[in-house]
Design a protein around this ligand. Sequence first.
Ligand code: ADP
Ligand code: GLC
Length: 482
Amino acid sequence: MKNILFIASESVPFIKTGGLADVVGSLPKSFNKDEFDCRVILPKYRSMKGQFAEKLEYVTNFYMDLNWRSQYVGLFKLVYDGVTFYFIDNEYYFGGDKPYSGDTKFDIEKFAFFSRAALSALPILDFRPDLIHCHDWQTGLVPVYLNDCFQLGDFYKGIRSVMTIHNLKFQGVWDIKTVRDLVGLSDYYFTSDKLKFYDDANLLKGGIVYADRVTTVSDTYAEEIKMPFYGEGLDGLMRARSNCLRGIVNGIDYDEYNPETDKFIYQNYNVDNFRKEKLKNKKALQRDLGLEVNEKKFMIGIVSRLTAQKGFDLINHVMDELCQDNVQIVILGTGEGQYENAFRYFDWKYGDKVSAQIYYSEEMSHKIYAAADAFLMPSLFEPCGLSQLMSLRYGTVPIVRETGGLKDTVEAYNQFEGTGTGFSFTNYNAHEMLNTIRYAEQIFYDRKREWNKIVDRGMMRDYSWSTSAKKYEDLYRELLPW
Ligand code: ADP
Ligand code: GLC
């Protein structure tokens, strides 16, 4: 039996701001339980969903030295869906109303504390990991700490590490002097071959340099980040570490996202009866959102963080043109003010055609995945993307830009060969996107049988974790051959 420990900043069902939480919450339970005992350490945020916070079991507490400070570390535990989750408690760091404060300096301090506390707690748990799997910049210091002070004790010797990049855009960067003080590492670590990044310190870079293996969440993104456009200043390091870098595409939780059993949607359906039953979801949503109730209308759904990454500049640019078409557009999302306001404006201007739901709701997201005919995701970059996988599962045809995981998971419709699961375009260009949407409209309105076959093929694809979890298992086996 090999012990694997995930250290991460978010996980469903406890706390979620994006796809990272979906991955951390669903991958551990997909491993072969006879061979891997995979557990997870998370922060115990005050903003965690109330029904879970009550169930956590107190384990112990201790004080940890971090540089010149001595800090309280509480430890809690919960077994959920067969997976053991540990939680690090500290009100000062995790007491805010959301996981990331937006104040980079404080967040760096918070996750340095978390990374170190997670490692310090290990000898107290009845679980010594053979391998620690870190996720994103928040845990970038874990491989660095493992190399540093934690080498001193025998307990930590030989623990291997994997660093998974879910989004290279976020790296945890601040000036060296401050970071050195906050994280408690010596000058040795702040050179260009380690944490130093231009004139600053970079936590994710530390993780990439010190982890035994680096992965990211699709093959295409693994290639893209070796180039300056997608490399966010780390493309040189990515090229240098390309022997240790691998893309493993994400899956989604097929129990959670299942149109046949989903409790959130109006009408359950499956690949055999979607032609009749899926439409009922569209009509009910139209009614609930005050859109024209008409099952024949082409409904485009968007569920997303509202940020430039997701291609909202393209959408805004052609929204007026698109709204001249026979379409309905339903948006669920929160994020940057400029995009929230733009969608509120379009909702007001095209009342019966556009519905902007500017909030976060799991239930509403499921309703949209089930109701829409197409799902629009024209990302500027996309490490993997889970929303398009959820759409495929719900028979909602993705319209995407060919980048990162979108390119790897959505096969473009080919009308001559009768293949493909969605529609895609290459360049980050608003009219190229609009033309692609219009091509989809045309197939939807004029060649419904063809459209339904696209839906059919999408629903038949397997984007559960079954294949990708095996790839992670192979990676663990390479690092833990005994
Ligand atoms: P990212 O992690 O970059 O935000 P992904 O496509 O990987 O993008 O994952 C996004 C996840 O967040 C999906 O599960 C999606 O359904 C969910 N999501 C995004 N915005 C909302 C929202 N406003 N309400 C509910 N779920 C949302
Ligand atoms: C990040 C990426 C997204 C990916 C998710 C889970 O948030 O933006 O593309 O699907 O992580 O790996």
